[in-house]
Design a protein around this ligand. Structure first.
Ligand SMILES: *[C@@H]1O[C@H](CO)[C@@H](O)[C@H](O)[C@H]1NC(C)=O
Ligand SMILES: *[C@@H]1O[C@H](CO)[C@@H](O)[C@H](O)[C@H]1NC(C)=O
Ligand SMILES: *[C@@H]1O[C@H](CO)[C@@H](O)[C@H](O)[C@H]1NC(C)=O
Ligand SMILES: *[C@@H]1O[C@H](CO)[C@@H](O)[C@H](O)[C@H]1NC(C)=O
Length: 291
């Protein structure tokens, strides 16, 4: 144990030379429009973004840089009123057939009906790992902190600093983990009326368009990816680089307790409980602890 930890440390320390750590903290300097709707814009010196969806187009942005590990924060204020059929997305993704992806998606609803916070993770091109939650607040009334925390040993989805989901690294058990490919950060809004609101039951009401989602205070406390396939290229475990440190890679007991409460009270779908969908052949990570 001690010697393997020492080896891990040595690997990290030898990697400092390759590391390019960054804190990108402005939407306009870190991101660009990859999907344009003329009603979308960046304001407030590039700290704020509004993405629009109407009957002509959705819209989206992505980061200029790719990252390998980090804690990537976005404050989001979702489409108010009748947002049924709309999907607002905030996610990390690599490119190519065997891509990795870590998702937050927000499924709109009729006025006064609850949004769904939809999460998923793809590793080596394979997803089908959905978990969904009702928010415990009105996500359209104000901005809330949605953070994707991604290090060599776990991925954590945080909402206002409460962990709602963990995907741990069980690569040694043959379960692929996202640690080989840099990921870009993305935000978008699109029409998901065929799927989003109760399986397509409620369609988008275009009379309520344009639908506007607002984003603010983007911060990527993250390592820029240098294009190499290596988990050791990222930062050394110092206080400033806490997200990559094996020492800090597991939720505290207090955080585990919080996560359990949130999941007990607000989780409405868990792929690991959906035995019918998987015909009893549950994905292997479902039988492993996730915290
Ligand atoms: C889109 O919406 C505008 C404004 O409501 C309307 O004038 C236009 O006809 C619509 N276009 C399509 C293709 O539905
Ligand atoms: C947002 O949440 C993340 C994860 O809990 C946290 O590290 C970060 O400090 C939060 N941001 C703010 C501004 O509170
Ligand atoms: C919308 O509201 C209905 C009724 O409360 C609920 O069943 C559903 O889960 C909500 N969310 C979505 C995205 O459909
Ligand atoms: C964004 O950060 C600024 C400066 O720290 C703060 O004043 C503002 O309240 C933050 N906005 C949100 C939506 O958290």
């Amino acid at each position: 144990m001690a010697s393997s930890q020492a080896m891990f440390l040595a690997l990290f320390i030898s990697a400092i030379a390759f590391c390019s750590r960054s804190v990108d903290a402005n939407i306009a300097t870190s991101m660009y429009f990859n999907w344009v709707n003329p009603l979308s814009s960046m304001t407030n010196n590039g700290n704020n973004l509004q993405l629009a969806l109407d009957n002509t187009s959705g819209s989206g942005v992505q980061t200029k840089e790719a990252f390998l590990f980090g804690s990537i924060q976005m404050f989001i204020k979702l489409v108010p009123g009748n947002s049924a059929g709309t999907v607002t997305a905030y996610y990390m993704s690599s490119t190519g057939n065997n891509h990795d992806e870590i998702d937050f998606e927000f499924l709109g609803n009729l006025s006064g009906q609850p949004y769904i916070i939809h999460t998923n993770i793809y590793t080596q091109g394979k997803g089908n790992r959905e978990q969904q939650f009702y928010p415990w607040f009105d996500p359209t009334a104000d901005y809330h902190n949605y953070t994707i925390h991604w290090n060599p040993t776990e991925v954590v989805w945080y909402v206002d600093s409460l962990p709602i989901r963990v995907f741990r690294n069980y690569q040694s058990d043959g379960i692929p983990y996202p640690n080989q490919q840099g990921m870009w950060g993305y935000c978008s809004i699109w029409d998901g009326e065929s799927w989003a609101t109760r399986g397509g039951l409620v369609k988008t009401d275009w009379n309520s368009a344009p639908f506007i989602a607002r984003f603010s205070n983007f911060t990527a406390r993250a390592c820029k990816w240098n294009g190499q396939i290596s988990i050791t290229q990222c930062a050394a475990p110092t206080a400033a680089n806490w997200w990559t440190s094996p020492v800090y890679s597991k939720l505290s007991y207090a955080e585990q307790g919080v996560m359990k409460r949130v999941r007990d009270d607000y989780m409405i779908y868990d792929y690991c409980q959906d035995t019918k969908r998987f015909n009893g052949q549950m994905p292997p990570e479902c039988s492993k602890p996730q915290y």
